[in-house]
Design a protein around this ligand. Structure first.
Ligand SMILES: Cc1cc2nc3c(=O)[nH]c(=O)nc-3n(C[C@H](O)[C@H](O)[C@H](O)COP(=O)(O)OP(=O)(O)OC[C@H]3O[C@@H](n4cnc5c(N)ncnc54)[C@H](O)[C@@H]3O)c2cc1C
Length: 284
């Protein structure tokens, strides 16, 4: 029978990872659907009992989400409005049962182009902490995701946390997901945006689109065009020429590439409209 490891200590988990090629298991909500067997093919390293790996901590440098933090943990946490996008995405990941088991880090490590957590964390300029018996390193999320189902994780390495710096905690964010139905659906396109508004003007904008390319992408041209614009004009700035050329969608059973491009542009407009409509009076 294949080995099943469930260490309670991170160093022990890293020792197991170094010793044999194990399959890392967190909530298993991606792993189980990916296997047709009754049990996961092993050996397995279950990381859910590792002390200190679950939960969201406030640090001097920003916020740290441990790699075993679930979507439900995100929904229940008291987080700044910059995290609203991730909270909105969390409420739409599968069902409550999936949110209770599935982890945000698992969503990133699975590296699906349709992973709802990715655009939300890209607009927060998130980084990921990776650890192995050789040491630790930190990578921007944009460098961690290198293709569909491909990450920068090296053999013997695991993700230990997702971090967001204090500078990226300013402003408010929003999220919109388009699927073939409202719930329990894989995204056709999804958009996250974070705006920092001062005196009625957009001081900083971050916009990311997912499910419209091999990996989710930031729309830097649109972000530049939005910066310095009065909040009320954000919708007019979000024209398709600042969105569509920067996407590389596939056509599949869910939607054509052209539909995905158009849907993404409309979703960008709607997220921006929602964010600018609800800017607190004091900030505007
Ligand atoms: C019914 C259903 C509905 C779903 N709906 C959505 C949805 O709406 N949106 C969405 O984005 N996803 C959805 N998912 C996918 C899934 O729930 C999420 O991606 C979830 O966040 C995965 O987390 P997990 O902890 O279950 O990962 P797991 O399945 O445990 O792991 C996923 C992958 O990441 C690796 N991994 C996990 N943790 C680490 C780590 N710390 N370090 C290194 N590698 C690691 C594993 O080895 C595996 O390859 C759905 C799944 C199901 C079954």
């Amino acid at each position: 029978m294949d080995a099943f490891h469930r260490p309670t200590d991170l160093d022990e988990a890293l020792r197991i990872l170094a010793a044999e090629p194990v399959r890392i298991a967190a909530g298993c909500t991606d792993l189980f659907p990916a296997t047709e067997a009754k049990a996961l093919p092993g050996p397995i390293l279950d990381i859910t009992a590792v002390e200190g790996l679950r939960g969201i901590a406030s640090m001097d440098e920003g916020l740290r989400l441990g790699a075993a933090t679930t979507w439900t943990d995100v929904i229940r946490a008291d987080l700044p409005p910059a995290f609203d996008a991730l909270k909105l995405a969390a409420r739409e990941v599968g069902s409550v049962q999936i949110q209770n088991a599935g982890t945000v880090a698992g969503n990133l490590c699975n590296a699906s182009p349709a992973a709802d957590g990715v655009p939300c964390l890209l607009v927060l300029d998130a980084s990921v902490e990776l650890a192995s018996s050789r040491g630790r390193r930190e990578l921007p999320l944009s460098e961690f995701l290198i293709g569909p189902r491909r990450t920068a994780l090296e053999p013997g390495e695991m993700m230990t946390a997702i971090t967001v710096s204090t500078e990226a905690l300013s402003g408010r964010s929003g999220f919109l997901k388009l699927g073939a139905r409202k719930y329990l659906v894989i995204s056709i396109a999804m958009v996250a945006a974070r705006l920092v508004v001062e005196g009625g003007t957009i001081r900083e904008a971050a916009v990311a689109v997912g499910s419209c390319g091999p990996v989710a992408t930031r729309l830097t041209a649109l972000e530049g065009a939005l910066t310095g614009v009065p909040v009320g004009e954000a919708g007019q700035v979000a024209q398709s020429d600042l969105v569509e050329p920067f996407l590389d969608p596939i056509a599949d059973i869910r939607a054509s590439a052209a539909y995905r491009r158009e849907a993404a542009t409309e979703a960008v407009r709607r997220v921006l409209a929602d964010l600018t409509r609800t800017v607190p009076k004091a900030a505007a």
